[in-house]
Ligand binder design. Structure first.
Ligand code: CU
Length: 103
């Protein structure tokens, strides 16, 4: 998804063997300077909490830690530096997470 000004990631309920809730798409590759817009589309309370490693999906939040609790809520974050930013949803940390590759 490089070459875009903004990229949208939605929250939705899982289907067909997916976890109960997911970020869709869970993994994106974008350019530095692109804005990621998370959009709550299932009306379930979610957070978008940054983490240094998806292996430890607790704590974190150093880069961002936002709540999108209702349908239509959004959170925008602009990727400034190349690298990887991983994140998860705090109440659904066991299965709801994503990763942004910034090139
Ligand atoms: Cu969640």
């Amino acid at each position: 998804m490089t070459g875009e000004q903004t990229v949208e990631v939605i929250t939705r309920e899982g289907e067909d063997g997916e976890p109960a809730f997911i970020f869709d798409p869970p993994f994106v590759r974008i350019d530095a300077g692109t804005t990621v817009v998370w959009s709550n589309q299932d009306g379930v309370f979610h957070t978008i909490t940054s983490t240094d490693s998806l292996d430890s999906r607790s704590g974190g939040g150093d880069t961002f830690d936002e709540t999108i609790s209702s349908e239509g809520d959004t959170f925008e974050w602009t990727a400034e530096e190349p690298g990887r930013q991983e994140y998860y949803c705090s109440p659904h940390a066991g299965f709801m997470f994503g990763s942004i590759d910034i090139v």
